[in-house]
Design a protein around this ligand. Structure first.
Ligand code: ADP
Length: 402
């Protein structure tokens, strides 16, 4: 079975075509600047030259048509015809309480994804556009939706409820949902597999730290707490997001600075975090460069980031009454030996001890960076959200064909 995985954003669309017989990626690419002039399509088939094409792509329907053109192109393509695509898997950010697992797309699923637009106003409309564009361009091909929130639907009430009037949950579903679920799920499974231990027996903390970041406590293979909340703003300090702050700051600053709701949202999501504190960049590479050179603002940004991350790891060890495995993943977690070292050095009270040489090794495979003496296995596991989407799509489509 060939599965096309689509991650549709408001102005971008990423894709990967999988051959599920061996889970190989036949081709992948990205359409950027949809709806703007000079849209850019970058396409790369396995074993072939990358192509970059600039044209006007005004909406997702055209983007998908162009992607199919590339996938079936004589020179750059990998398919004879579009009919070879057996299923499409979509990443959807918010599944709310409707979806605790991936689902086949039907009228009901689309209605529910639409009903969640209030909670994910930037993300869910883009997913709907991707789904409908796929329906137009690949009529009759089964589609599956895979949600960032679904893995966290196992959280108990004590984790997901906020200590505010219950009516807000009953009326508006104000609660913690959590995000990056496909990644937390994938790396926790991969970690258990790497260690050769049943996941049911493990207490795992997964740190998905990229530009956005979240931490998850996984006990017996299920999410019991996660640091992102009703929206991705809560929790860790991130590239441009503030993470946790006193909620009373919001009305106070809005009042003082005469800000609208949109402006306040934008300040906390796009102009805070590493960017705000360092004053120069949201990218951890720039922050650690500045820290190594002794620049004051970059040093403070680095210290705050590490301190907050470490406090969360401690709180999740407390939440599970222990931790067996700590996993680092995503852009910062997979690549920044400096961040991993700084965090782990300060977790010695948990019996964590990392091997500095192992920590410096770069590899695309799961690896251990803790010493044999360490009481906790510390691993770096490259995430692969697209593969989870392809696998779920394959499984669900297969089981519906029986
Ligand atoms: P997103 O959260 O947007 O999916 P990624 O998981 O790809 O992003 O993470 C991107 C971030 O990873 C960059 O902003 C950068 O801060 C960080 N990063 C990438 N490579 C390195 C590196 N070698 N050292 C430190 N940080 C890195």
């Amino acid at each position: 079975m060939k599965v096309l995985v689509i991650n549709s954003g408001s102005s971008s669309l990423k894709y990967q075509l999988y051959d599920m017989t061996d889970e190989s990626v036949l081709a992948k690419g990205l359409v950027e600047r949809i709806g703007m002039d000079s849209s850019i399509l970058t396409h790369k088939a396995a074993g072939k030259e990358e192509v970059v094409e600039v044209s006007e792509i005004l909406e997702h329907n055209t983007a998908i048509r162009k992607v199919i053109d590339k996938l079936t192109d004589k020179t750059h393509g990998v398919l004879e015809s579009v009919e070879e695509i057996n299923a499409v898997g979509h990443r959807v950010v918010h599944g709310g309480e409707f979806f605790n697992e991936s689902a086949l797309v039907d009228k009901e699923a689309k209605k529910n994804i639409r009903a969640l637009i209030d909670l994910a106003p930037l993300h869910n409309p883009a997913a709907i556009m991707g789904i409908e564009a796929s329906e137009i361009n690949m009529p009759g091909v089964p589609q599956v939706v895979v949600f960032d929130t679904a893995f966290h639907q196992t959280m108990p009430e004590r984790s997901y409820l906020y200590a505010i009037p219950r009516v807000l949950y009953n009326k508006y579903k104000v609660r913690r949902y959590g995000f990056h679920g496909t990644s937390h799920y994938y790396v926790s499974l991969a970690a258990a597999e790497f260690l050769g231990k049943p996941i049911e027996d493990l207490k795992i903390i997964t740190a998905h730290i990229g530009n956005g970041g979240s931490l998850t406590a996984i006990q017996g293979g299920v999410s019991v707490d996660t640091s992102m909340g009703m929206t991705p703003l809560e929790g860790l300090m991130m590239g441009t997001r503030s993470g946790d702050l006193d909620p009373a700051i919001v009305p106070y600053v809005m009042n003082k600075e005469e800000l609208s709701v949109g402006e306040m949202n934008s300040m906390l999501n796009k102009h805070s975090g590493l960017l705000a504190i360092s004053g120069v960049s949201s990218d951890m590479r720039d922050i650690t460069d500045g820290w190594e050179k002794g620049e004051a603002n970059a040093t403070l940004a680095f210290e705050m980031y590490e301190y907050r991350l470490r406090k969360y790891i401690g709180s999740y060890a407390a939440a599970m009454n222990g931790v067996d495995v700590l996993v680092f993943t995503a852009g910062v977690g997979e690549n920044s030996a400096i961040v991993r070292k700084a965090v782990c050095e300060n977790l010695s009270y948990l019996g964590i001890e990392i091997d500095e040489e192992l920590n410096k090794i770069r590899s695309g495979d799961p690896r251990r960076i803790s010493t044999p003496n360490s009481k906790v296995d510390v691993l770096v596991v490259p995430t692969n959200e697209e593969l989870v989407i392809a696998r779920d799509t394959y499984r669900i489509v297969e089981s519906n064909q029986d």
